[in-house]
Design a protein around this ligand. Structure first.
Ligand code: TRP
Length: 353
């Protein structure tokens, strides 16, 4: 067979339940585009990873189902990708354990997720629970196992996750140099993700900041949220002739900037330009801008809401889909784990087929 092997793409998604526009333009949109590429695609819901920040034991499974339903409603084609739950591939935990044996603690302490939590705790020692767990420190090892277990070629991630993918490459290289060329070294692929500001004008839309516009918001909810965007500041001069959102939006008051950012993403170019003209001329138009934007949001959300609630997108469908995909990925993963067991010296599992 001289045919070129299709590249293996892998990415993980943390189960956060309801999805918002920040998730859509930061990640979902890119996943949909990758569907058009000739490749083998593995996407998994990182439910083990979710446990590193869990404060309540309930709900991760329900959130996983809801989130997948939303992905499918947005256009993720179940026939084009293998989507599974991380915990349905428990040999990932076994590989994590093996990789953990060769990973230095010092290396992990430099991980961004761990470092952030560590400094948060220094600022505020009374944080609830035990945020500095062994699991949190090991977050990058688990992530390395996710990536290496399916022998991924490309790992598309946002900038915040790049370091973790690089750590996965380091761990794999170290394993290979000690025990032989067993693991396939991937490359991180930047997603060039757009970071959407929050409806409160803050720099990031995020579930925990309560400033999100959601994909399942009905028209009334969307309008109410958009009307609440702070626009009391007078327009600031744009001092540029450019109409590019990257050029003009940072010069606007934050709340107004969010409205224009969304309008640019959702409305035809001429509508965006028309409102930009009004801004430049200093007209009073914020009420109109908010109403117009809310209409585009309603149009964008309508088909997603409809597909989300469609009878074929049921819990049973999602569960069957996850089960079938876990069956497909398991032999691929087990081959890697068995190869590592052999290389590290404990030999193949005696009971696994
Ligand atoms: N840590 C990633 C995030 O928070 C999710 C994730 C887990 C992941 N394992 C991965 C992403 C492996 C890419 C590859 O978004």
């Amino acid at each position: 067979m001289s045919e070129k092997k299709r590249p293996v793409i892998l990415s993980g998604i943390r189960p956060t339940g309801r999805l918002h526009y920040g998730n859509y333009f930061g990640a979902i949109y890119h996943f949909l585009r990758l569907q058009e590429q000739e490749a083998e695609r593995y996407y998994f819901i990182a439910d083990y990873h979710a446990l590193t920040t869990i404060t309540e034991p309930k709900g991760i499974f329900e959130q996983t189902l809801d989130m997948l339903r939303t992905y499918i409603a947005c256009g993720l084609d179940p026939a084009k990708s293998i989507v599974y739950r991380q915990s349905d591939l428990p040999c990932t935990a076994e590989l994590t354990l093996l990789l953990g044996m060769i990973t230095n603690i010092g290396h992990l302490e430099r991980g961004t997720t761990y470092k952030d939590k560590f400094s948060q705790l220094e600022d505020n020692p009374k944080v609830e629970g035990n945020p500095l767990s062994y699991g949190l420190l090991g977050y990058p090892v688990l992530m390395a196992a996710d990536i290496l277990i399916v022998r991924a070629d490309q790992v598309p991630v946002g900038d915040d996750q790049r370091q973790h993918v690089e750590m996965a490459c380091d761990i794999a290289q170290k394993f290979n140099s000690r025990f032989g060329e067993v693991l396939h070294i991937p490359e991180a692929v930047s997603r060039n993700a757009l970071r959407l500001p929050g409806l409160d004008g803050s720099s990031k839309m995020g579930k925990s900041d309560n400033n999100t516009l959601d994909l399942l918001d009905d028209p009334k909810t969307a309008l109410k949220k958009i009307q609440g965007v702070p626009t009391t500041t007078d327009p600031l001069p744009l001092d540029t002739d450019s109409n590019e959102p990257e050029m003009v939006i940072p010069k606007m008051p934050p709340g107004v900037g969010v409205l224009y950012r969304l309008l640019h993403l959702l409305a035809p170019e001429d509508v965006y330009l028309d409102f930009l003209g009004k801004y430049r001329r200093g007209e009073k138009f914020y009420g109109m801008l908010k109403k117009t934007l809310a209409q585009y949001v309603a149009e964008f959300n309508a088909p997603i809401i409809e597909k989300f609630h469609a009878p074929e997108n049921s819990d049973d469908f999602i569960k069957d889909f996850l089960r079938d995909n876990a069956k497909k990925v398991t032999p691929v993963a087990l081959e890697t784990v068995e190869g590592c067991r052999e290389a590290i010296g404990i030999g193949h599992s005696l009971y696994r087929a």
